[in-house]
Design a protein around this ligand. Structure first.
Ligand SMILES: Cc1cc2nc3c(=O)[nH]c(=O)nc-3n(C[C@H](O)[C@H](O)[C@H](O)COP(=O)(O)OP(=O)(O)OC[C@H]3O[C@@H](n4cnc5c(N)ncnc54)[C@H](O)[C@@H]3O)c2cc1C
Length: 598
C-alpha cells in the first residue's frame, strides 16, 4: 500500500517527489523506488476520473491519487445554474480548444469547449441526461468491444443511479419547446416520455437533466466526490496540476510497464514524479488523453519522430479515428412574443429576477435545461415517409435498424455561436441544432509541440465525406418542414423565401421555403455556420487489433502493462445521443474491471 492523506492540494510537493534533472521516459527500478507512490494514479479529474477516484478509494486498503489540471469545482456559480451553463464556455474553466482550419468549412476553425476543473466537461456541459440507444452498445460489441453490449451497459446505467448524478425528470419547459414536441408528433414521429429506456431513443420529448433536488448541476464532481468521499484518508486530490507524461520501466524481452507520471504546475516550473504501484489511469478526455499518450511516446511512430519524442510503443490508432456530432450551428427561427425565453438573455431585469428565483427557491427558468427537448428521427434511409426531400446519397452509418441518425435539439431562445451572442431585444426565436449523430468523416488529434502546455492540433475533418453533408442537407430540409407544422407553426413568424434575400442572415435558413430552397443553398449555410455539437469521441478507441485500436476491451493500452484509458476517447464508435452518461457508465465498468469484479 502506498502513501495516504486526504484534502485537495495545489502544491505537488504535498503528494509528489521533486526531481532534477529531466527524466527519460523509461526509468530504472531504483529511480522509481524513490518516488512517493499510490496504488492508482488517475490522470484527469474529469467526468470519468471522478468516478474512478470514488470507486477505487472505496477499498480503504488502496491508495488513490487524482490529478486535475483545472481548479476545484467548488464556488463556481455559473457551473451550478442549469440554464446558465453557456457562461462557463470560453471561461477560465474551459480549455478553449479550436480545430485546425477546416477545408470543407471555408478554412474556418471551429470552437471546442472542454471542462478544465474537477468534474471536467460534466461541470460545464448542458446537463442533458441520456443513456443513448441500446443499439449503440450492441454495435460497439460487434466492432470488437466485447463485454460492452447493451445488457452490460444497462447494469452500469442502473448502478450509477445510486451514486452518480441526480436525475431531474420534471424540469420546466418553455411553451415553444412543448409546441416543438407536438409538431413532431403531428409529422408522425412518436412522442417519447423518457429517452432512457430499453425502447431506444427515436421519438420526440423532453430531456431529463443531471440536476439535483435543489436545481443545482449534478456533475461527477458533486455526486461521486461528495464531501465524505473527498475526506477518505486513502484518497488524495491534486488540482491545478498538469500531467506532462507517463513514465515506464522496461523489463525482460522489452516488456513495458507504466510506473508513474511526471507533473508540473507551469511550463518552466519544477517537475515532480509520482509513482503508480498498480496502474496509471488516463482520464484526460478525448483531446487530453491522446495528447498525454503521444507526449509519453505512445502513438504513431512517424508523428512522434517528427517531434523528436522517443518512441515507447508504436500505436497508430492513438489520436486517429476522432468522431464527432456535427451540426449546421443553431438554426434560429423567428418566433412570436410569449412563446420563448428570450427575455432572460435580452433583459437584465428579467435575468436578475430569474437568478434571484433560482438562488432563493431553486425555481424559474434558471432551473431548467437550455437544451430542453429533442426529436430523434428514424434513420434517413429506412424511414422514407418523412419529408427529407430529394434523394441524395447517404451512407448507412446508424447503429441498428431502430436507432436514429439525426437529432433536433431545441433551445427556447435565439442563440448565436455557442451563446456568445443573442438577438437584440424584441427579437424572439427558437434555436435548433440539427445534429448528425453518425458521421462517416473521421478526424485526428496530434501534437503541436512536445509540451503539454501547447494545445494539441485537433482536426475534426468535418464533412470530408460527402455523405455527411448530404445527410445534413436532408436533415435541414426536414427541419424546415417540421417548424411549419402546427402547433409550432402558430408560435413562429416565418417567411417562405425560395432564395436568401439581400441583407438577411440571422433568420436565414429558417425562413427558407422547404419545397423551394435548393440543396446548394442549404449546403452553403452548413459550410458557413457548421460547428461541432461538442460530443467528440474515439481518439484512442477500444478494439482487439493494435493496428486500428489503442486499448483492448479491458481498456488497457495495447502492449503496455499498468496503463488504461478511461474516458470518451475509448468509445469504439459514436453514439446516437448525448455521451456524458455513457462516459460515466464506462468508468463504472472500468472500476469493476480494475477491481476484478466486472
Ligand atoms: C458545451 C458542452 C455541452 C455538453 N452537453 C452535454 C450534455 O448536456 N449531455 C451529455 O451527455 N453530454 C454533453 N456534453 C459532452 C460530455 O459532457 C462529454 O462527452 C463528457 O463529459 C466527456 O467526459 P470525459 O471524461 O471523456 O472528459 P472530461 O470530462 O473532459 O475530463 C477530462 C479531464 O482531464 C483533465 N485534463 C486534461 N488534460 C490534462 C492534463 N495534461 N493533466 C491533468 N488533467 C488533464 C481536464 O481538465 C478534464 O477535467 C457536452 C460537452 C460540451 C463541451
Amino acid at each position: 500500500m502506498g502513501h495516504s492523506e486526504s484534502k485537495l492540494h495545489t502544491d505537488p510537493s504535498a503528494y509528489a517527489t521533486p526531481f532534477v534533472p529531466e527524466l527519460t521516459s523509461i526509468v530504472s527500478d531504483a529511480t522509481k523506488s524513490k518516488w512517493r507512490s499510490y496504488d492508482y494514479v488517475i490522470v484527469g479529474g474529469g467526468t470519468a476520473g471522478c468516478v474512478l477516484a470514488s470507486r477505487l478509494s472505496e477499498d480503504r486498503n488502496s491508495t488513490v491519487l487524482l490529478l486535475e489540471a483545472g481548479e476545484s469545482n467548488e464556488g463556481k456559480l455559473f457551473s451550478r445554474i442549469p440554464l446558465a451553463f453557456e457562461r462557463m464556455l470560453g471561461s477560465a474553466h474551459d480549455w478553449r480548444y479550436r480545430t485546425t482550419p477546416q477545408e470543407e468549412l471555408h478554412e474556418r476553425t471551429v470552437e471546442y469547449p472542454r471542462g478544465k476543473l474537477l468534474g471536467g466537461t460534466s461541470s460545464i456541459n448542458a446537463m442533458i441526461y441520456q443513456q443513448c440507444d441500446p443499439e449503440d452498445f450492441d454495435a460497439w460489441e460487434r466492432q470488437g468491444a466485447s463485454g460492452w453490449g447493451s445488457s452490460t451497459m444497462e447494469k452500469y446505467f442502473q448502478k450509477m443511479r445510486k451514486d452518480g448524478p441526480k436525475i431531474a425528470t420534471d424540469l420546466d419547459l418553455a411553451p415553444i419547446s412543448k409546441a416543438f414536441i407536438e409538431a413532431a408528433e403531428q409529422l408522425g414521429i412518436p412522442r417519447k416520455k423518457d429517452f432512457n429506456t430499453s425502447a431506444g431513443v427515436v421519438g420526440a420529448g423532453a430531456f431529463h437533466g443531471a440536476v439535483d433536488e435543489k436545481h443545482d448541476r449534478s456533475s461527477t464532481a458533486t455526486s461521486y466526490l461528495r464531501p465524505e468521499v473527498r475526506q477518505r484518508p486513502n484518497l488524495t486530490i491534486g488540482v491545478s496540476v498538469y500531467t506532462d507524461r507517463v513514465l515506464f520501466t522496461s523489463g525482460a524481452g522489452g516488456s513495458l510497464r507504466a510506473v508513474g507520471v511526471q507533473v508540473s504546475t507551469s511550463r518552466s516550473g519544477p517537475k515532480f514524479a509520482v509513482g503508480a504501484i498498480r496502474e496509471v489511469l488516463m482520464c484526460g478526455g478525448v483531446f487530453g488523453s491522446p495528447q498525454m499518450l503521444l507526449l509519453s511516446g505512445v502513438g504513431p511512430s512517424q508523428h512522434l519522430q517528427e517531434l523528436q519524442i522517443p518512441v515507447v510503443r508504436d500505436l497508430p490508432a492513438v489520436g486517429h479515428g476522432l468522431l464527432d456530432h456535427f451540426c449546421p450551428g443553431t438554426i434560429v427561427f423567428r418566433a412570436r412574443a410569449g412563446w420563448t425565453w428570450d427575455d432572460v438573455t435580452q433583459s437584465q431585469a428579467h435575468a436578475g429576477w430569474a437568478l434571484l428565483r433560482w438562488l432563493l427557491f431553486g425555481t424559474g427558468p434558471m432551473s431548467a435545461l437550455c437544451g430542453q427537448a429533442a426529436v430523434f428521427t428514424p434513420n434517413i434511409r429506412s424511414f422514407r415517409s418523412l419529408p427529407y426531400g430529394p434523394e441524395l446519397p447517404v451512407k448507412d452509418m446508424f447503429s441498428g435498424p431502430k436507432a436514429p441518425d439525426i437529432e433536433y435539439l431545441v433551445f427556447p431562445m435565439g442563440i448565436i455561436d455557442y451563446g456568445h451572442g443573442f438577438p437584440p431585444r424584441g427579437n424572439y426565436g427558437v434555436s435548433v441544432g440539427a445534429i448528425l449523430l453518425k458521421p462517416s468523416s473521421t478526424g485526428t488529434v496530434k501534437l503541436r509541440t512536445s509540451s503539454v502546455y501547447d494545445a494539441p492540433l485537433i482536426d475534426g475533418n468535418f464533412l470530408a465525406d460527402k455523405s455527411d453533408l448530404n445527410a445534413l442537407t436532408k436533415a435541414v430540409r426536414l427541419l424546415l418542414h417540421l417548424v411549419r407544422t402546427p402547433p409550432l407553426s402558430e408560435a413562429l413568424d416565418l417567411r417562405n423565401y425560395a432564395t436568401k434575400p439581400e441583407n438577411e442572415d440571422y433568420y436565414w435558413i429558417g425562413d427558407a421555403d422547404p419545397d423551394k430552397v435548393s440543396d446548394e443553398d442549404i449546403e452553403a449555410f452548413i459550410r458557413k455556420y457548421g460547428q461541432s455539437a461538442t460530443h467528440p469521441t474515439s481518439s484512442a478507441r477500444m478494439g482487439t487489433d493494435p493496428e486500428t485500436s489503442a486499448v483492448n476491451p479491458q481498456l488497457c493500452v495495447h502492449g503496455i502493462q499498468g496503463l488504461r484509458v478511461v474516458d470518451a476517447s475509448v468509445f469504439p464508435d459514436q453514439l446516437s445521443g448525448h455521451p456524458c452518461v455513457p462516459v460515466i457508465a464506462v468508468a463504472e465498468r472500468a472500476a469493476d474491471l480494475i477491481k476484478g469484479v466486472a
